[in-house]
Design a protein around this ligand. Sequence first.
Ligand SMILES: [Fe+2]
Ligand SMILES: [Fe+2]
Length: 310
Amino acid sequence: MPARPSDPIATLTVVGDVHRWWRPADATFLERTSPDLSLFVGDLGDEDVAIVRAIAELPVPKAVILGNHDAWQSFGRKAATDRLRESLHLLGDDHLAYAVREVPRAGISLIGARPFSWGGQSLRSPELYDEIYGIHTMRQSAAAIVDAARNAQHRDLVILAHNGPLGLGDRSHDVFGKDFGKPGGDWGDRDLALAIQRIEGFGLRVRAVIAGHMHHKLVHPRGGERTRFVRRGDTLFLNAAYVPRVRQTGNGDEQSYFLRTRWQAGQCIGVEEVWVDVHGDEREATAPAFVELDASVPAIDESVEGDGQE
Ligand SMILES: [Fe+2]
Ligand SMILES: [Fe+2]
């Protein structure tokens, strides 16, 4: 349905990989601008409960998907640490893993994908996923994302993930391309790509995938910058991982990075990169250019399990 002028306009404000760059001014900005929902794509810290608590206690509506760094030690020992358990407890239902959150004013349902993603073909620790979510393969993970989408009340969906899906390019500067180790290769999540394919197969529309993890500055080639805004058909892919998300400006000010998206009747009507000063005031907002990808999506092979350790 096309939007009518009377349809409300909703704002979803995205915070990319935090990596402990969280300032009181950031909380002020979110409280003052009061978006319909604030979205956190994870990597808040390295199992840093204090930063998780600061975000969990923000007095604004929010949804969070934790990243690989938020479960760093747990992956090392293939079992959830007390700190990870505490993080999940603090976030409660705001941790949107394999779950749905309705955003009626935006006309969308928000679907949380797999938390803690490292990217690539492996879950890294099927034991950890099994312990927390009863999942130990990529296929089971895809099915859990699809199940969340089946419970959505809207036909237009936004997916919140730590890392984006497979299938958006295999060059190191592509939106989820591998830029480290032996650079090159598609570092997207197989389960998420599979889930999107199935969800679209039963008539729901994935309007946007909002993720991070693959930082904007490339390791190889050094100094290169990643494509972070991609459109494929009717779906936007936003990579919010501007890291570190705080920059020093020439005049001694310090600004932090947000992505602001506006929604009306299930459609994204605007995306802006926003810089906020130490007082929580907006100093700059620019609309990024999107790279258009061929809309004929190569189908993801459902038979490949992709759980082998790489
Ligand atoms: Fe990160
Ligand atoms: Fe990450």
